[in-house]
Every structure is written in C-alpha cells, then in structure tokens.
Ligand binder design. Sequence first.
Ligand SMILES: [Zn+2]
Length: 207
Amino acid sequence: MTTVAEATLAACPECDELHIRRPLRAGQRAQCRQCGATLYREPRRRSDHMLAVVTAALVVFALANTFPILVLQARGVTNEATLLGSVAALWTEGQPLAAALVFVTAWLFPLFDLLALFLILLAVRMDRRPSFFAPLLRTLQALRPWGMIEVLMLGVLVSLIKLSRMADVVPGVALWAFIALTALLAVILSYDLRVLWRSEPRPGGTP
Ligand SMILES: [Zn+2]
C-alpha cells in the first residue's frame, strides 16, 4: 500500500520541506530543519496499549450511561435520570441549546471517537486493513481538532451550571465513571493518530 517514497520521506506539514525519515525512540519527535514544526513522533504508548485504554474507556462509558447521574425534581416529583434522560429533560425544559451541547460533547463525540478508534486499533492488532480503515481514520483525524478535551470539559461545565438550577448531581457510579472517562479521554486524545497510517500489516505477526 505504502510506496517506498512515502515510507522513507516526510514532508513538513507547515512548509513542505522534504526530510528523510529516521527511526525514533519512544516519546521522541522529529522537527523540521526549516521551520521547526513537528514532522512526526514516536508515541510513548504502543497501539496495543492504546487498544486496552480504549476498551477500558468503552466499559466506563457504558457505566456512565447506565447509572443515574442526576436527581430531577419537577412538580414535586423526584426522578433519577441517566445522562440521556437529563438531555431529554433539558430539551423539554426549553433548553435545546444546552441539551444539544451535552448530547454532542458528553455522548455523541466520545462514543464515536471510542468506537472508531477501537475498530482501527483492533484492525492494526489483527494485522488487517479492512475497507473502512482509511476513511474511518481520516474522519477521526478530521474530527480531532473539534473534539479537544477542553471543549469537552467546557461542555460538561456549562451543562452542570445549567442543570444545577433544576437538578442535583447523584454522587454515584455514573459520576465517578464520568470523571474516569475524562481522564481516559485525555490520554486517548493525546495519541498521535498519524502513526497508524505507517503501521503496515506484518506478514509474520509480532516481530
Ligand atoms: Zn517546515
């Protein structure tokens, strides 16, 4: 799939200066000699370590969505609600913007990112390149600038302020799962996806 030129040359993403690719140690990065931009880096974590982190994050995500996160009080009736239940409550309370923000930042984006990365890392682990590999990895890379952890935390913060007027946060499983999920996502979002393009299937399995 990769040509010899692609495997041995690295073009600077800022100034297009061509460099000869050299192997790096874990955690090292290669800089452009012309402008100092980062050309490529060797991740501290290997792709199968990331697969374990992503799998843990998916389990934590399921926990965060199974258990109630909020106690909603409406017209004298007290209800415990999960995250998606809270989104529905925000929507019906006339807060569609906050509902959309919580849904996208705390549910849709993390779930898509985790599922997509899980499939990609699983393919790398099994030395396969299914037809969805390249389009999915490209989509994930395109979404990364929009899904930074800061945006995620801001969304959760705004929603907590909005929700505190109509609900109390349940200090239970779901809340701890969300805190753990935020930490795991910080690790996952700092992983440089570009190295996955270079992870060619090995004919003989592990070297
Ligand atoms: Zn450069």
